[in-house]
Design a protein around this ligand. Structure first.
Ligand code: ATP
Ligand code: MG
Length: 239
């Protein structure tokens, strides 16, 4: 479904991605693991068009996305749940969900139907439909960020560290949702620092270190301890 090939991205002199090649198969959960600063968020931003690649291609179902503006990429079916959630704090839960569907507001009946479905899926959002998103708990904001991304009816969902900064019980809940989405046959590309949880759910994973893929495989192919060590520490520090 998604094919990223030889992707390079920089911030000025800093080369954050140095020829990244990954793919995410339809209906599967693909994980990107790697230590802080490895380039995981940069990869998500570059796929979503927030950042322009210096080189390389991003194809979705054969369609080239690289170089297109973010809204065109959303329109082609890529929806990002950003790191640190980034819900619209001064808008209500309901308004955040409407915003997630901004490219298809002309079909208001369908949008309202999807909002209803999100409220059913996430009952805590339903109870808080008119509450300002900025006043939600971290876990609730994460659920809202996922729901908002789903409102675009994406073909692929990009999730950047959904468990970041959340209590263990909430992390379990987030992964339950991820498990459900996967069971529904959705295509997901998940960035996680929580290698333990990610490996429990992933169909396939990549290790990203210093802007390069250093390992790809299925959970179990590499000793779990080794994956976790490298995901947290990187190879350099692990010796
Ligand atoms: N806006 C920016 N300006 C300059 N350098 C940046 C910027 N954003 C990221 N970088 C650099 O790019 C590299 C990759 O950063 P990135 O945020 O993609 O890593 P990450 O794997 O998502 O890390 P984390 O696990 O901490 O979220 C780092 O060296 C970082 O310092
Ligand atoms: Mg990041």
């Amino acid at each position: 479904m998604l094919d990223v090939s030889d992707l390079h991205a920089s911030y000025g002199q800093i080369r954050a991605l140095r020829g990244v090649t990954i793919s995410a198969e339809e209906g599967k959960l693909t994980c990107i693991l790697g230590p802080n600063g490895a380039g995981k968020t940069t990869l998500m931003f570059t796929i979503a068009g927030v950042l322009r690649p210096r080189q390389g291609s991003v194809r979705l179902g054969g369609d080239e996305l690289a170089g297109r503006p973010p809204s065109a990429i959303v329109g082609r079916g890529v929806s990002l749940v950003p790191e640190n959630r980034l819900v619209f704090p001064d808008m209500s839960v309901h308004e955040n969900l409407v915003a997630g569907a901004y490219l298809r507001l002309s079909d208001r009946a369908a949008v309202d139907g999807d909002i209803e479905a999100m409220m059913t899926r996430f009952p805590r959002l339903k109870e808080r439909a008119s509450q300002l998103a900025g006043t939600l708990s971290g876990g609730e904001q994460q659920m809202l960020a996922v729901a908002r991304a789903l409102m675009a009816r994406p073909r692929i969902l990009l999730m950047d560290e959904p468990s970041l900064g959340l209590a263990p019980l909430i992390v379990e809940e987030i992964f339950e949702v991820i498990g459900e989405l996967r069971a529904e046959g959705r295509t997901i590309l998940l960035v996680e620092q929580n290698a333990h949880m990610a490996l429990k759910h992933a169909d396939k994973f990549y290790l990203l270190e210093q802007g390069q893929v250093t390992f790809e495989g299925t959970p179990g192919e590499l000793e779990q301890d080794e994956v976790i060590r490298r995901a947290y520490l990187g190879t350099a520090k692990a010796g």
